[in-house]
Design a protein around this ligand. Sequence first.
Ligand SMILES: *Cc1c(COP(=O)(O)O)cnc(C)c1O
Length: 234
Amino acid sequence: MNHIADNLAQVHQRISAAAQRCGRDPKEVTLLAVSKTKPASDIEQAILAGQRAFGENYVQEGVDKIRYFQEASQRDLVWHFIGPLQSNKSRLVAEHFDWCHTVDRLKIATRLSEQRPAEMAPLNVLIQINISDETSKSGIGLSELDALAAQVAPLPGLVLRGLMAIPAPESDYQRQLAVARQMAGALQQLQARYPSADTLSLGMTDDMDAAIAAGSTMVRIGTAIFGARNYAAR
Ligand SMILES: *Cc1c(COP(=O)(O)O)cnc(C)c1O
């Protein structure tokens, strides 16, 4: 096995163990392989090992990779945009990605909906919640969720699929769990009103066990699959 296939197998084991510890079916947890800064050859290795869902943070880099694999006739991949989104880049996301995890204002949601090509399925969107890091500009507070969800849900080019968060780094498991449970509770309330909102995108390499214990349905894992990133080489 190459190292990426090996790493993927280990991450799947970690997901299974975390799910089984709390009585969940591991199949409820989708593994998103975060491939930002990594070359297409690394993604190819992951595809050979069975991975199909990939997360990208930078619009142009993600679009280049999506086009590369479309030209290679690898059409069964699912591409998730997980980075901060400026309105002037929304069209590229609407025209190429399957999911956008970082909707945090109506203006972006409206643009994504209008720019989604009619021949494509509606774009799956998650509302990003700023659950712990008040200084970061991305995401809304939980108190603003009801109002934004009511505006996003009816947009014809989008499907409201749930919530995403990037909690502040925290090494204590119990504190990770407390934050993850707040997110899981918010998703439950949202799904009661919008049945399509079935997804909680929560958990990275360092906090995925607590996220899964709380109810995450999608973990976003980069380093544990592809190794450390080298931003200088981008
Ligand atoms: C980079 C990134 C990840 C992956 O982080 P790792 O620590 O490498 O697993 C997950 N989610 C988001 C939003 C990211 O930007």
